[in-house]
Design a protein around this ligand. Structure first.
Ligand code: SF4
Length: 679
């Protein structure tokens, strides 16, 4: 049972969100979740939750929540006992070789114990893993190649001291909402705040209202802006030449690469930004002594995203502020997670040949090769979230593949499974949470009972492990609270005595930033030329974001902007009727001039088409978008579109320039009118 704050158990939001908010749990008379409140003692979230998680109790008690195991019989999923479901799985999986088994998981929960625990069984079975490249691998590869260890400034400490804040490619209002009041505080102190994005987001509107600046660039041209700003810093003698000489590799080459090559007019022509906006940012960067350059992740999911991140890091180094770039990563917690997943079991499984992880981005093609006979899915909804979604769905639904899904709600992936196992919600199990946006760790002990037969990841995959014959003590016979305790004990060195005591009690604990003995690049310096994935890299450059595989501007003239939604979170909450109602009907947002050119009035329906799929949506217009873009907010409710697919069906399984990441934001579409009409 969880300890209390204000008489209530504490927990943390488990979602894939940098805020990782602290919560207080109110329970009903049955011990089940009644309501969540923000925990005022949490140093980052300071007592508030976003609107979508504030109504999480609606998910827990949703009539469509998966209540019991389900087994497919005669083509239909029917209720089954846990014993029956585990027997079915054991029958279908026993005897399969490790390379015939596929493990699919992602960020449905960010818990440090529940999320990786199923890997323990996957390692024991020798299953094939995914490489997890759909989200941040491009951003991280770009950052690491220049700046090394992915550790930026401690935002909670450094933002109040900053004399300039630049948010590069992060729609804070939608994806990092507890950063927003800190931007307001900075602006109200008179600190210049700049938001760089590809459309006039609500974040930009808010920051401008507080006296800050929005700078909109054409999608895929961030590197050009960074190169232009660096060139201007050299031109105006604002570059920190001593820093470049002493702390960087490739400084002279970088200077020769940009100086004179990126005059203001070229920067404006390529990015679409105004001279005034670029000059204002440039002047602010030159004047700053303690800037924060806070980067998001999504903006790098492009063919040229790795180079773009490298260019931003190189710009910071040019100004002597390489260590002032904040990258969203939980690496600064420096926690040893191997005790949970036990990768050593894979080596022990000598009879099962080791298999290399497969590309997450190209999952659809990997499934098409038909080399997998069974797949286990947890904390993931690949049918909705992985590029080339139609191919992914077809592969997972194929009759040759036995699909097991552990889930809370009837997701698009659960609906096509052969066996569905009901999962606990985060207040119904124990776990440890960190964050990729701040430095607060939170242990959340189980505080609520489940409404039906749901089991946690630990309980589910332990039962499965035992059923599959792994009966060695300490493998699949431990209580989850013991695992949480072991996780903390294994990482005891990261806490002082007081922090450890408070962490065990379930209090949010802000940990000191991890310190490194070196920078983490091969040279030990900032590398403006260097290597990534074994490739030699020249100075960061701007490359076109319209290569083969992600669409051609002539055939597909509209850049697709897949924006986050206020009402849902990735595909989480897409199966909760209240959240979906708040999200409204799936909509294609267009600039009014584009709508006019296409003959589309608000209220009309339009089909977004490219070589990977099609999606029919209602039309609305906003002048916040640049011309030749179309925006969709959130992953689409597949039941609300005639094609019964989500927005990922329009995304190519193309690989980015660094880190083999996804190219979600390189997607392009053409528009086909379906019908006209008014709201
Ligand atoms: S989704 Fe993000 S902002 Fe919302 S409660 Fe969870 S951590 Fe906080």
């Amino acid at each position: 049972m969880s300890p209390s704050s204000q008489g209530l158990p504490t927990a943390a939001c488990p979602l894939d969100c940098p805020d990782a908010c602290g919560v207080l749990v109110e329970r009903d008379e049955r011990g089940q979740l009644a309501r969540l409140r923000g925990n005022p003692a949490h140093p980052w979230s300071r007592g508030s939750l976003c609107g979508k998680t504030a109504i999480f109790h609606e998910v827990v008690h949703a009539p469509n929540r998966i209540a019991t195991p389900l087994v497919r019989k005669g083509g239909v999923l029917v209720r089954a006992s846990w014993d029956e479901a585990l027997d079915v799985i054991a029958r279908r999986v026993d005897g399969l070789a490790g390379e015939e088994l596929l493990a699919l998981w992602y960020g449905g929960t960010m818990g440090q114990v529940q999320r990786p625990f199923p890997l323990r069984l996957m390692h024991a079975l020798g299953a094939t893993l995914i490489d997890g490249t759909i989200c941040d691998s491009t951003a991280e590869a770009g950052f690491r190649s220049v700046l090394g260890h992915v550790v930026g400034p401690h935002l909670g400490v450094e933002l109040p001291r900053a004399d300039l804040v630049v948010v590069w490619g992060c729609d804070v209002a939608r994806t990092h909402q507890h950063l927003l009041p800190r931007l307001k505080e900075a602006a109200q102190r008179g600190v210049p705040v700049f938001i760089i994005d590809v459309w006039r987001t609500e974040t930009i509107h808010k920051v401008e209202a507080w006296g800050g600046h929005g700078l909109v660039v054409r999608p895929g041209t961030d590197a050009a802006l960074a190169l232009g700003l660096a060139a201007r810093a050299f031109d105006l003698r604002a570059a920190d030449l001593a820093y470049l000489r002493e702390h960087c590799v490739g400084g002279a080459e970088w200077r020769a690469h940009v100086a004179g090559a990126w005059p203001m007019q070229r920067v404006c022509d390529v990015t679409g930004a105004t001279k005034e906006a670029v000059s204002a940012l440039s002047d602010a960067l030159h004047a700053a002594r303690a800037p924060i350059i806070k980067t998001g992740i999504g903006w790098t999911r492009r063919r040229n995203g790795g180079e773009a991140m490298r260019a931003v890091c190189a710009l910071a180094a040019t100004l002597g502020h390489a260590d002032r770039v904040h990258f969203e990563s939980s690496d600064h917690f420096a926690l040893d997670k191997t005790g949970v997943s036990m990768p050593e079991l894979r080596q022990n499984a000598a009879q099962r040949p080791a298999t290399a992880p497969i590309s997450h981005v190209r999952l659809g093609h990997e499934l098409e090769a038909r080399r997998f006979r069974a797949a286990f899915v947890w904390a993931h909804n690949p049918v909705a979230t992985v590029p080339d979604a139609a191919r992914v769905r077809a592969g997972l639904a194929h009759e040759d593949l036995f699909l097991v899904v552990h889930e809370l709600m009837p997701t698009e992936t659960a609906r096509i499974a052969d066996v569905v196992l009901p999962a606990t919600a985060f207040v119904e199990h124990s776990d440890v949470y960190t964050s990729y946006g701040h430095h607060t760790l939170q242990v959340a002990w189980k505080s609520c009972t489940t409404p039906a037969e749901q089991r946690s990841n630990v309980d589910t995959f332990s039962a499965l492990g035992r059923r599959l014959g792994f009966t060695e003590p300490g493998l699949f016979d431990q209580d989850e609270d013991v695992l949480v305790g072991e996780f903390l004990a294994r990482n005891r060195a990261r806490f002082n005595d007081d922090e450890y005591r408070r962490a065990v009690q379930g209090e949010p604990v802000e940990l000191a930033p991890r310190s490194f003995a070196d920078r983490g690049t091969p040279s030990g310096k900032v590398e403006l030329s260097g290597t990534s994935d074994g490739r030699q890299l020249g100075p960061p450059d701007h490359i076109e974001d319209s290569e083969a595989g992600t669409g051609s501007p002539a055939r597909e003239p509209y850049q697709l902007l897949l924006a986050p939604s206020y009402a849902t979170h990735n595909s989480t909450y897409l199966h909760s009727s209240r959240h979906v109602a708040r999200m409204g009907a799936p909509t294609a947002w267009l600039h009014p001039d584009d709508a006019r050119v296409e003959g589309l009035a608000p209220g009309a329906r339009v089909r977004l088409v490219n070589e990977h799929g099609a999606l029919t949506l209602g039309v609305d217009v906003t002048e916040d978008l640049p011309r030749h873009t179309v925006r969709i907010d959130g992953f689409v409710d597949v039941d609300a579109v005639p094609e019964a697919v989500g927005a990922s069906a329009l995304v190519a399984p193309a690989l980015s320039d660094l880190g083999a990441g996804s190219c979600v934001y390189s997607a392009r579409v053409r528009l086909e009118q379906v019908e006209n009409g008014a709201h």
